[in-house]
Design a protein around this ligand. Structure first.
Ligand SMILES: NC(=O)c1ccc[n+]([C@@H]2O[C@H](COP(=O)([O-])OP(=O)(O)OC[C@H]3O[C@@H](n4cnc5c(N)ncnc54)[C@H](OP(=O)(O)O)[C@@H]3O)[C@@H](O)[C@H]2O)c1
Length: 210
């Protein structure tokens, strides 16, 4: 069975994940940051695209957690662009970098999975993660191109977005479902599951209708 996939991200009140120069900006309230920290504890893995690794250099760990307590970190990186100095390679959590089949790049202490001809083949990856790594649940934390790909492949089971009290602007600023083209002809309809005020923003949780 494929892992349960929850997308979780934070966007500004004008629908942006970050500014045009793609640098990380604080959108979440303190309450939302606390929620995300707790959420990570109940998932087997946290997944992001290499664009997020390059832009934000996140740790993707739980504060003060041991190696074994941390969820597996998964990076989609078809062509091996993850810098050797990236924090996700710090050895503090089990880490998988997913490249395409022609990439030969290796990173010390990290397992590379070759999956897909051009971009990472997400449907196949879900199968590998479930069967070979016993991963039953994944939080996809961004960025926009990664989230769009999960929707395009109809792999998202739950979508939660924190809408924070901030306007960012910028035609080219990243959005939660980014990149070119529709995710599906006419879009993907979502059913609102819950709406919760968390400090100066609101957490919206939707279930996709495929
Ligand atoms: N506010 C938030 O919650 C939040 C969270 C995370 C990130 N962000 C922001 O989002 C921005 C980064 O987002 P992004 O869209 O540029 O990058 P991204 O989604 O993090 O990474 C996209 C890259 O992943 C690689 N990739 C490999 N297989 C893929 C697949 N099947 N589908 C999609 N991508 C695949 C591609 O690079 P290759 O072709 O080289 O493989 C692609 O360019 C930054 O500004 C960051 O600050 C915000």
């Amino acid at each position: 069975m494929k892992p349960f996939v929850r997308v979780n991200c934070a966007m500004s009140a004008d629908g942006k994940l970050a500014g045009e120069e793609r640098k990380q900006i604080r959108i979440s309230s303190d309450e939302d940051i606390k929620r995300v920290k707790e959420l990570r504890r109940s998932y087997n893995a946290i997944l992001v695209g290499v664009g997020t690794v390059i832009a934000d250099d996140p740790h993707l760990t739980i504060k003060n957690a041991d190696y074994e307590e941390n969820p597996v970190r998964i990076i989609l990186d078809s062509n091996g662009r993850t810098p050797d100095s990236a924090r996700v390679l710090d050895g503090k959590a089990p880490t998988l970098v997913i490249t395409n089949e022609s990439c030969t790049k290796e990173w010390p202490g990290v397992e590379a999975i070759r999956c897909g001809k051009d971009h990472v083949d997400l449907t196949r990856l879900m199968d590998i993660l479930s069967k070979e790594y016993n991963i039953e649940s994944i939080i996809v934390e961004g960025g926009g191109e990664t989230i769009a790909s999960f929707f395009r492949e109809k792999l998202v089971d739950e979508y939660s977005v924190f809408v924070g009290g901030l306007i960012i602007g910028g035609r080219d600023a990243p959005t939660p479902s980014d990149g070119s083209g529709w995710v599906a002809e006419g879009g993907i309809r979502l059913n609102l599951f819950s709406a919760e005020t968390l400090g100066n923003g609101v957490l919206l949780t939707f279930l996709p209708e495929y």
